[in-house]
Design a protein around this ligand. Sequence first.
Ligand code: HEM
Length: 363
Amino acid sequence: KLAAPPRLPPGSSAVTVIIGPLLFLGRSNFAVKPIIRAARRCVVESVMAVQREFSTSALGFQALGMYPAVTKLVFRRRWRQMLSLRRRQEELYIPLIRAREARHRHGVAGEEGVAASYVDSLLTLRIPENGGRNLTEGEMASLCAEFFVAGTESTAAVAQWIMANLVARPEIQAKLRQEIRAVVGVGGGGVQEEHLRMPYLRAVVLEALRLHPPGHFVRPHAAVPDDDDDAAAALIDGFHVPRHATVNFTVADMALDEAVWPDAARFRPERFLPGGEGADVDLTGGREIKRMPFGAGRRACPGVALALLHLECLVGNLVAASEWRDVAGEAVNFAEKQEISVVMRRPLRAVAMPCHTILQIKI
Ligand code: HEM
């Protein structure tokens, strides 16, 4: 009864049959371009739906990893949902991976002017520990799913926390707008990548990452000894860390330490400006660790630069274009909810006042 839902044989899903070859054909064939565009939209919407479900359900799936023989009997419905989600991920991603692989075979992927994608790097990856084999399609689908989550969910969560703080603190928002307008001007093309040397904008982003890190812990790490004779993997600050112990870090609490961050509970971007306790803060812990929203060391987030770029561009443009206020009678609610990231329990509702119109927007 608990077997996986019936698997469609490879090649039989509508996505495999239609979209994969179309994406390959579409590069050169003018006549099919409108169909390609529609197919792409359809794929993007399907990816969003599957990833959204993954983000909201992944925590619940963790229980299935403990004694699976038992937990899959106890949590039958959850087990079935996980298998169904996994099947849909594979049905969606594997045809796209195959389409990309076909481009490789036809020598298109490496051509000048054709951007290299994440899947291109996975297709050429070899695993030395496994005799230099390639990744399987299932492994590539898992990595794509992980990359989608890692590259979008945390950034989206932080963007919303930043805007919530700016709505709740109009004086900080006004100061930020002043800085942006001084660099970009009023109107025009908005904040572009080349404008992003704005210290207060960076400080606002860093302060939101301090108070609202989307991960309150990092991935579990292990204390692995160099050789079997090592009695202990490490002695840190007088604490003995046993061999193979699972180690984690209280990322959120660490950034609330009053000894390091005076008035720690307050949203005060100035602490990241010159003279503040967070000026020149080390983002990934190479020099020192005062807080670590991106983790630290070898397994620290590889997307730090991209995340900061996305956040500064998005927030910079939102603040430059409109004044953001709270909805009358509805104070911003800073309660948290744990999804795959820590998000706002009640998504931000704000009034945006761009030039002459007033819009009520639900982010
Ligand atoms: C505000 C945005 C982001 C935050 C706060 C964040 C935070 C983190 C954290 C805490 C980790 C775990 C580090 C550890 O275990 O020590 C991580 C891992 C990772 N992040 Fe990010 N991240 C963000 C954005 C991104 C973006 C934009 C990408 C890619 C485009 C990305 C890709 C990854 C990947 C692939 C890993 C796994 C690395 C590994 O296991 O070695 N992240 N991130």
